[in-house]
Design a protein around this ligand. Structure first.
Ligand code: SF4
Length: 483
């Protein structure tokens, strides 16, 4: 079982959205994210000092990212002292080489995976499959999208776009189970199949929500118990950690354990919080610290707060663009506002320069972020970079288009000339031998506007005097809307 869809670059709206053409998908995605947002907000509103928590978390993360070099060394020293092997990886290829080497050394034939967006960055399922190693996702949502041959549509709830009926059909088709859409029966089926996988696996992989530098501890929060089973049952555990996950002290952990579940799922605490202090007897623990573009963020001082993200998904749930477009439209691992500010750094503006424009700048993302990342300003900053550096938004056609637009907007007579041309163009459209809806993505799904009446200026030229006189007598016809 492995994901059939591979990372397709990050060209917003040009990537794989086929699954969302299912009639129920956009509706269930929009309704569920909206419901989650409201529920989580109600939980947060019950805490009178939540804003103080957010500010404290912002300060801790600011310190951690500014001192990342020291904290990584401290973390490595402390966890190595407890039997772990720490490996660094500059990019996905190096991380995958480490994992394949570990698998070869321990003669691993199958791997159980706890949820990790980092492993999505590595396309680890695909890499393992090519090496002849079976990889099975154990988080229920990830298990479902893996069976369906899809990619996660959301970082916290990967199968949020699928209904219970969709999952029932999937389990019947792929696992040969009787069809059901009862939640408890579906989870029983998944649990039964996954138990076999834990027992057979030679290696378990996991992500990590926080890495505590002063104690050398991995912290994993989850709700299904699969994180505990994946990390403790197999004889080898490989933890994949983005370098930005460092917290300087264990003393700060309660603050983040208060913020993350409330903002992510509206829980006071997740069902399980695993603290892994090193290798347990009889098990090998490998820790892979991955950069994969994160140090690019550090090179841009105006953008470093993007590394403060604790992957709660609140900004995704709050985003009206995500609610309509879904996660795959963002073309890479991280969808929604966090994807729009992080992906351009991780894969390059030349690949993902369109993502910062996938926002209405309504500001909802910044308001809900538990670590106070100013996402709207980050988006504007990246837009500025995207139009000035090599990116899809800085092509000669874009530059020419905006120069022409700027010229027409540069004076009243030019503006009038442009509007006369627009009016004429819209009127002439009906005489075209082909429907202008075929012009491409811009007109697909949009109606051309009706031709407006004359502009207010020309109406005033013709009727202004009479209108002024009529103010003292009968009312003249109301001026038409501005054209
Ligand atoms: S940017 Fe903020 S709201 Fe969005 S996922 Fe990260 S921590 Fe959560």
């Amino acid at each position: 079982m492995s994901s059939q869809l591979h990372l397709a670059g990050a060209a917003f709206l040009k990537s794989l959205t086929a699954g969302l053409s299912e009639p129920s998908a956009p509706k269930s995605l929009g309704a569920t994210t909206e419901r989650s947002s409201k529920h989580n907000q109600a939980v947060i509103d019950a805490i009178p000092y939540f804003q103080e928590w957010r500010e404290a978390a912002r300060q801790v993360k600011t310190y951690a990212i500014a001192n990342l070099d020291k904290l990584l060394v401290e973390f490595e020293r402390n966890i190595t002292a407890r039997g772990a092997t720490v490996l660094y990886a500059q990019d996905a290829a190096e991380a995958n080489r480490h994992i394949l080497d570990i698998a070869a050394e321990h003669e691993v034939k199958s791997v159980v995976k706890a949820k990790s967006m980092l492993s999505e960055e590595l396309e680890l399922n695909h890499v393992l499959e090519e090496a002849g190693i079976r990889a099975v996702e154990t988080d229920l949502g990830e298990y479902i999208v893996q069976l369906a041959g899809q990619r996660p549509v959301h970082i916290v709830t990967p199968a949020i776009h699928m209904s219970a009926a969709d999952v029932g059909r999937l389990f019947a088709e792929k696992l040969g189970e009787p069809y059901s859409e009862e939640h408890s029966k579906l989870t029983d089926i998944a649990r039964r199949h996954l138990r076999e996988e834990y027992l057979a696996a030679g290696m378990g992989t996991s992500g990590c929500n926080f890495a505590l530098a002063d104690t050398g501890t991995l912290v994993i929060v989850e709700n299904e118990g699969n994180g505990g089973l994946s990390t403790s049952t197999p004889p080898v555990h490989v933890a994949l950690i983005g370098i930005e996950k460092m917290l300087p002290k264990a003393a700060y952990l309660p603050l983040f354990l208060n913020l993350l579940p409330r903002s992510g799922t509206g829980q006071k605490l997740t069902s399980y919080t695993h603290l892994i202090h090193g290798a347990t007897p009889g098990q090998k623990l490998y820790v892979i610290l991955l950069d994969n573009g994160r140090s690019n963020v550090l090179k841009d001082p105006a953008a470093t707060s993007a590394l403060h993200c604790i992957r709660c998904g609140a900004c995704i749930n709050a985003c009206p663009v995500y609610r309509r477009a879904g996660g795959w439209a963002y073309g890479w691992v991280y969808p929604g506002p966090i994807g729009s500010i992080l992906t351009p750094h991780l894969v390059g503006l030349d690949q993902a320069g369109k993502l910062p424009f996938a926002s209405s700048l309504c500001g909802a993302c910044g308001e809900v972020c538990p670590v106070k990342i100013d996402i709207p300003h980050q988006l504007v900053h990246l837009r500025h970079r995207a139009v000035n550096e090599p990116s899809p938004m800085n092509s000669w056609t874009e530059r020419l288009t905006w120069r022409v637009w700027a010229w027409f907007m540069g004076g009243p007579s030019r503006y009038k000339l442009m509007m006369a041309g627009v009016r004429m163009g819209v009127r002439m459209a009906k005489f075209l031998p082909w429907h202008p809806g075929k012009l491409g993505a811009w007109t697909r799904g949009r109606e051309l506007p009706k031709v407006p009446g004359p502009a207010f200026r020309s109406w005033w030229r013709r009727h202004g005097n009479q209108y002024t006189q009529d103010q003292e007598g009968a009312r003249s016809p109301l001026p038409p809307g501005e054209g």
